[in-house]
Design a protein around this ligand. Structure first.
Ligand SMILES: NC(=O)c1ccc[n+]([C@@H]2O[C@H](COP(=O)([O-])OP(=O)(O)OC[C@H]3O[C@@H](n4cnc5c(N)ncnc54)[C@H](OP(=O)(O)O)[C@@H]3O)[C@@H](O)[C@H]2O)c1
Length: 332
């Protein structure tokens, strides 16, 4: 196999990005796409002239499809991931892997039983800023890790398609929970979270979730997630990661990607690290994570993000949800 044939399930905002990446990378071929409605598939059919279907089983059984990228909403990853594995296709599931540990286990079981690779789109692992922070921490550059802090907040406009279907913890926090676990290399033993709902009462809330995590080795971490920043907020994401150790301190400031554009309406901070057009192609962390997994398939190597790591993120996220609902500490 010289390149990996890809079928995409879910062609919303992020699935369309994946489609373009797969059409442009040398390691992948965009073969087919699936959504619930024909209307959603029209632009993909027109843009790429590929096979489209509203039937997941049809997509996963296409002989040219070697790998399936699952880009459905957070709660709806399992059906497509399991169908793909049972059809003998490698699976890339967008983050969070699922919204329950049982769903993660079902995917892992299906992948093992059918001998296919399974990975999760924990994109921070392919963001050079977070990668370097991780390297410094695990190589002991900060001494012993004492605490970590992460913020990941969206203005409403960036998240509202997810309101009522997922939560800030799964939608946003899944990124930083993975970063915490990847850096701490220790299990989360206790979680205490609080949430508040003032603006999103009709959508089922919450507006914000704050969580404190305690790891088995004593490291502590604090996570802030919120998706109701005002739409006048000039960046579509306000994200920060900090780590304090016995011998040092580091900070990733991802609240902008470094470009500020000033105009009559104010300032705008276009994003470029995850996925941006450069010289006519999408480049950035999204392209790199898809390329990496495609190469794992071509070279029969293990993925950078194992399914067990994706599952651990979901286990911690579920504990945050349980603690926030109960208003008291819980064990994951
Ligand atoms: N890594 C990152 O930085 C990042 C960024 C954004 C999103 N994501 C993740 O990517 C995933 C997709 O997010 P999105 O924003 O693209 O979602 P979205 O815009 O809501 O699109 C969802 C797509 O999935 C299809 N779909 C919905 N429910 C389905 C179901 N039950 N079965 C099959 N297909 C279904 C929809 O089909 P119809 O259009 O026909 O309804 C639509 O094409 C989420 O898990 C999200 O957390 C990751």
């Amino acid at each position: 196999m010289e390149s990996v044939g890809v079928g995409i399930v879910g062609v919303g905002a992020f699935g369309r990005r994946h489609a373009r990446v797969c059409a442009e990378l040398a390691e992948t071929r965009l073969v087919a796409a699936c959504a619930r409605r024909q209307k959603s598939l029209q632009p993909i059919r027109d843009g790429y002239g590929i096979h489209t279907t509203t039937d997941i089983e049809e997509l996963v059984h296409l002989p040219d499809v070697d790998m399936v990228i699952v880009c459905t909403p957070d709660h709806a990853h399992t059906q497509a991931a399991v169908a793909a594995a049972r059809a003998g296709k490698h699976v890339f599931v967008e983050k969070p892997m699922a919204t329950s540990v049982a769903d993660c286990d079902e995917m892992i079981r299906a992948a093992r039983q059918n001998g296919v690779k399974l990975t999760v789109g924990q994109i921070l692992r392919f963001d050079p800023r977070y990668w370097q922070a991780h390297e410094r921490i695990v190589r002991g550059g900060l001494g012993h890790l004492v605490h970590m802090f992460a913020r990941r907040n969206n203005p409403r406009r960036a998240a509202e398609r997810a309101f009522g279907r997922t939560t800030p913890t799964f939608w946003l926090g899944a990124h930083d929970i993975d970063m915490f676990l990847w850096c701490a290399r220790s299990e989360v033993k206790a979680v205490y979270a609080q949430q508040n709902t003032r603006l999103l009462a009709e959508e089922g809330g919450p507006d914000s979730v704050l969580a404190l995590l305690t790891f088995a080795d004593g490291t502590i971490a604090a996570l802030e997630t919120c998706w109701i920043l005002p739409d006048g907020t000039p960046s579509s994401l306000d994200a920060v990661f900090e780590a304090v150790g016995t011998a040092g301190y580091l900070r990733v400031d991802a609240s902008t990607d470094g470009l500020a554009v000033y105009g009559p309406e104010g300032v705008e901070y276009p994003r470029s690290v995850y996925s941006a057009e450069v010289a006519g192609r999408l480049m950035g962390a999204l392209s790199e994570e898809v390329r990496y997994f495609a190469r794992c398939i071509l070279e029969d190597a293990p993925p950078l993000v194992s399914p067990e790591e994706g599952r651990e993120v979901v286990r911690v996220a579920c504990a945050i949800e349980r603690s926030a609902a109960a208003g008291q500490p819980v064990e994951p």
